[in-house]
Design a protein around this ligand. Structure first.
Ligand code: PGA
Length: 244
């Protein structure tokens, strides 16, 4: 638990730089959203100061909107270009984001899974969490899809993405492609980051609640190497004694 978002981002960025140092060909899983922005900027700064080298790393993003060109400013690909890819020395050939305009979305999902496997699987998966407990675009549901798949977005998720589309909800796609919970749980190490008081409740439920597809993040309880990095506001609903 960190005092604030800045302290969290700085610490995690330094950890990632160290992981890159120890393993230059690391495979990273990357989220989008408001939460990782500061982390990505810190990584950019470390690169600018020659303290992080991404030249041999491989990245896989968790999700992308369906029907949105990678060059569209609202795409997650464009978000990643803005906040991370343009700021560090990743090799473009080793950057992977699901293609939202692939002619056959199901085939694109299968291709994405195969690419992850071919890269040797994800070593370090970074994640955010939605206030409804979603991970990537794995929304609360009766059942979760294990592998990368096509998904219908919830109204709440579309609303929280409206800023990417000029605040116009009608322009937010209704579908997306997302890694499945199984894809995510296969990563060897997972770090979930959450900041702000709006995340306190879902963090508490993910940690202490039952494992249920109604709270996709609760499945992280089953992983052997998962770490939560929170600011004080996001950790507010956790019992401090439990954390000791
Ligand atoms: P946020 O989104 O970082 O914008 O809060 C997190 C998520 O929905 O996964």
């Amino acid at each position: 638990i960190f005092k604030d978002e800045r302290a969290l981002a700085k610490t995690l960025a330094v950890q990632i730089a160290a992981s890159l140092g120890g393993r230059p060909d690391i495979v990273l899983g990357l989220p989008t959203g408001r939460t990782p922005i500061r982390l990505y900027h810190e990584l950019g700064m470390l690169y600018a100061h020659k303290q992080a080298d991404f030249s041999n790393a491989t990245t896989f993003n968790v999700d992308e909107f369906l029907g949105i060109e990678p060059t569209h400013p609202g795409s997650y690909r464009a978000f990643m270009e803005d906040h991370l890819f343009s700021r560090v020395n990743l090799n473009p050939e080793r950057i992977h984001v699901p293609n939202g305009v692939a002619p056959d979305p199901d085939a694109e999902c299968a291709r994405y899974e195969a690419e992850i496997a071919e890269a040797g699987g994800i070593e370090l998966q970074l994640l955010g969490i939605g206030t409804n407990g979603h991970i990537g675009f794995n929304e609360p549901a009766r059942e979760l899809v294990a592998r990368t798949h096509r998904v219908q977005l919830k109204a709440s998720t579309r609303r929280s993405n409206a800023t990417l589309f000029g605040g116009d909800l009608d322009k937010v796609p209704t579908e997306a492609l997302s890694m499945g919970m199984g894809t995510i749980l296969k990563a060897r190490r997972i770090v979930l980051i959450a900041t702000g008081k709006s995340k306190a409740k879902c963090v508490e439920r993910a940690v202490n609640g039952p494992i249920t597809p109604r709270m996709p993040a609760s499945f992280l309880q089953l992983h052997r190497d998962v770490e939560l990095m929170l600011d004080e506001a996001a950790a507010a609903a956790l019992n401090p004694q439990q954390l000791a």
